[in-house]
Design a protein around this ligand. Structure first.
Ligand SMILES: [Zn+2]
Length: 253
């Protein structure tokens, strides 16, 4: 009975919120039409979807890393609005895409859901942890609770200022620790992050999880940046950011 009532209240609240703040497509910002859910009908076929298996990444400590989307164009613009313009409600759509991607491509490869945390300083500055919101959004679809396994123990310099992969790896080396090794020992971990660029942060997190006894680590991110070819010019930022925002934006990669 109580569950029924709670369900009715949630539906009613959702309907009122939809009336006050009609849902918009997170990729083009247009109002969704009747029958459209999450992503509008125009963006759906045009988004830069990755291909299963062919477009996944891996590294020494990460068995597989999957992402539903490439980090470019409308995806990149949308992610900037999520991270800097207060569009926190995009987390629901992002998390649904990530949960579907992990469920389809990594089925049976994990039994614990966790995420890459911000430093305490960064969390205080921003007021929320944008990756935690994604993990929480994925949890019901994956049928797993979010377990806080990692802690960022020191503030790191912006990864953007470091051009080569080795420097990026060195920058995050030792920046994370496992809160409770007992909680990860023998577990097959699904580690969530927002965007993967060189993969240095995910690799470092996976390294400390494996060192603490995790049996394996697979990753899911909302989007992945294309690997940079040697000599290729860096893609210019989608829009100009204030210096502080730029630092925040790039530091978390
Ligand atoms: Zn759209």
């Amino acid at each position: 009975m109580r569950q029924d009532r709670d369900h009715r209240i949630r539906r009613w609240t959702g309907a009122v919120l939809d009336l006050l703040f009609p849902p918009r497509c997170p990729f083009c910002d247009r109002l969704l039409k009747d029958g459209e859910e999450g992503i509008c009908g125009e963006c759906q076929p045009r988004l830069p979807w990755t291909r299963p298996e062919r477009d996944e990444r891996h590294s020494e400590f990460v068995d597989r890393c999957v992402s539903p989307l490439w980090y470019q164009g409308a995806v990149r613009d949308s992610f900037h609005r999520y991270k800097f313009d207060g569009c926190r409600d995009y987390a629901g759509v992002y998390a649904a895409l990530m949960a579907q991607c992990a469920g389809d491509r990594l089925a049976g490869e994990y039994d614990l859901l966790t995420y890459v945390p911000l430093s305490a300083k960064r969390r205080r500055q921003r007021g929320y942890d944008q990756v935690r919101l994604l993990a929480e959004g994925m949890a019901p679809a994956l049928g797993l609770p979010v377990t806080e396994t990692l802690e960022k123990t020191r503030h790191t310099a912006a990864q953007s200022g470091l051009s080569d992969d080795g420097a990026r790896r060195a920058n995050v080396l030792g920046a994370y620790r496992v809160r409770d090794p007992e909680a990860v020992r023998g577990r097959r971990v699904l580690l969530a992050d927002d965007v993967i660029t060189t993969g240095a942060t995910l690799s470092e997190c996976a390294r400390v999880l494996r060192t603490a006894g995790a049996a394996s680590v697979v990753c899911v991110t909302f989007a992945q940046a294309r690997a940079q070819q040697k000599g290729e010019a860096q893609e210019p930022p989608a829009r100009r950011l204030l210096p502080d925002q730029e630092e925040i934006f790039l530091n978390s990669f």
